[in-house]
Design a protein around this ligand. Structure first.
Ligand SMILES: [Zn+2]
Length: 309
């Protein structure tokens, strides 16, 4: 095992640190096997280590396994010396990074970079946790169908004024002083939004929404209050400023970095932005290590994810 160096704190240090494949292997091994390596087949903790090939060999079933097996890095020809800097870049990019940019930065093809991006985003999906409680903001926004870049005829067909057929509806649910969740939903109908709120918010919580009629009736199960965006003041503590901050971050990334996000991939992009937003209190190393733990398939509680313990 290689000698310990002090942990990286920025991109340059990370690239230098992870240029050594033995250090990469040790690093991922310690994250995914905090109590020592074990065979993914039979669970046996006895092994020999094949130094030159960086493989473990199970003493019981003789199977050889790498640190990549069972992680998002499995089946990839790219080495951890490419993967770990990629995780660092993606975990710490505020507005997102395109596959072209990532490919250039790592010296891999755009196709490889695209694949890495998607795998890493998959790791950033934090799954579902307990329902949000306390004061919870619920707000919707429309993504896509950018009219000004379209040809006039196309524009006529596609733009319908109220959000439009080609736009995707994204609903944000944010606990005041806590995490945000964002998801693509089919429409802004009463039934859709009510189901979404019930899935994500604990009964009895204070729910703040805008004045959209689809939200009416939430007061049966929640302490529902509405904000009228037409008003120039924020009515005391009733506001959706947290979700609106998130929308501006989201849209800045969409318009600046990503030329076009396929509707099919929008949810992955959302996961990435949600992660960045919820992890904004962590430093670069903290965000990197969090994504890496997720990538290595370790289950984490929300408290661990946010560093609250
Ligand atoms: Zn085994």
């Amino acid at each position: 095992m290689s000698a310990k160096k002090s942990l990286p704190t920025n991109l340059i240090e990370a690239i230098r640190y992870f240029s050594d494949l033995d250090i990469c292997t040790d690093f991922v091994a310690e994250l995914r096997w905090p109590h020592g390596p074990h065979c993914p087949d039979c669970g046996c903790v006895e092994f020999s280590y094949l130094t030159t090939r960086r493989l473990w060999k199970c003493k019981a079933c003789k199977r050889q396994y790498s640190v990549k097996v069972g992680t998002i890095f499995e089946d990839s020809k790219l080495g951890l010396d490419k993967w770990l800097p990629a995780v660092w870049l993606i975990a710490n990019s505020k507005n997102g990074i395109s596959s072209h940019e990532l490919g250039r930065a790592l010296g891999v093809t755009q196709k490889s970079a695209w694949f890495m991006l998607h795998r890493i985003r998959l790791a950033m999906q934090t799954g579902s946790f307990d329902k949000l409680d306390g004061t919870v903001e619920v707000d919707e926004t429309f993504i896509g169908g950018k009219a000004r870049n379209m040809h006039k005829d196309v524009r006529k067909r596609r733009v319908t004024g109220t959000g439009g057929k080609d736009k995707k509806v994204v609903v944000g649910v944010k606990q005041r002083g806590g995490p945000i969740r964002a998801a693509v939903v089919p429409d802004t109908r009463h039934a859709t939004l009510h189901a979404h709120v019930h899935e994500n918010v604990a009964p009895g919580a204070a729910v703040h929404t805008d004045a959209l009629r689809s939200y009416s009736g939430l007061d049966k199960d929640f302490a529902h209050e509405t904000v009228d965006h037409a008003e120039f003041y924020v009515d005391g503590q009733v506001h959706t400023n947290g979700t609106e901050n998130f929308w501006s971050l989201l849209k800045r990334g969409l318009h600046g970095t990503y030329v076009h996000v396929e509707p099919f991939h929008l949810f992955r992009y959302l996961d990435e932005r949600v992660f960045t937003f919820n992890m904004r209190e962590l430093d670069d190393y903290g965000r990197f290590a969090t994504v890496l733990r997720l990538a290595a398939g370790r289950r984490l509680t929300y408290a661990e994810l946010t560093g609250q313990r």
